[in-house]
Design a protein around this ligand. Sequence first.
Ligand code: GRG
Length: 310
Amino acid sequence: MNARIPTSLPFADWAKQVQSGMEDVLDRFLAPVSVVPARLHEAMRYTAMDGGKRVRPLLVYAAGDVFDTPLPLLERAAAAVEMIHVYSLVHDDMPCMDDDALRRGKPTVHVKYDEATALLVGDALQAQAFATLSAPLEAELATADAGMPARQLRMLNLLAQASGSVGMCGGQAIDLASVGMTLSLSELEQMHRLKTGALLRAAVLLGALGGKALTADESAALDDYARAIGLAFQVVDDILDATADSATLGKTAGKDAADNKPTYVSILGLGESQALAEKLRGNAHQALAPFGDKARRLRELADLIVQRKA
Ligand code: GRG
């Protein structure tokens, strides 16, 4: 992606350009297969390239539009957050966790390669995410804005917090410990705020942090938006899981319920879960009101997250 994608494009075209641009961005920030060890780099590319909805990069670019974040920082942030997400999927699919054979329509990394490789692919993608976000900036950008290194540092800290024990990993630990247990709605929400919400929130804030300074009110509004879509994403995931046709979605219908994991649908029922997703969409829209038309993409992404079919 060499130039900013025009905001005037219809949403679907804009999203397609971000998604296809991510192939180029990831290609640039991942080691080539020609670098030793070739098999590890091949496996990293196998799982990271050409796959997924790229929701987190879309959020990074959409938030970047609101705060005029320079493209090189958006690219680094989008690649880094996607690498963390992909690493989490690779580890989550392993036999010691969810034991899944298919991901994004392809054999999972431990199935295609082996378990040790899957572990290393996840570890290496995590390290590469931070290497990517901290990579030196293009000379003209670094000299044009003396505040860039401080911004990069804040972004690194944010991504580290969102990924670790007080973010995604912590949420996964709670999830693993909750198998077979009855969770209250607030316990379920706490788990998902960490497990999936923290990284989605980080994507929004990363896109914003790279741009012009946020006021306290802007920061709070963006946080409200990020929290609403983070939760909506999980509620919709549970709805899709409960109603999926496994053949068409390429995932196991009702897997969480079958694994005896609490879900929004198991606690609230389908109708109330759908109503909750709609309410969260409304909350997300409301939170964006202070940003006016500049937040159009973020608004459309809230719609996409709630209306998605996969
Ligand atoms: C193993 C440290 C560690 C963490 C795993 C997020 C996570 C934590 C595991 C993923 C398990 C899972 C399927 C959760 C449901 C919600 C979710 C994150 C789905 C996958 O994300 P999408 O739909 O995937 O954005 P794509 O493939 O489109 O990128």
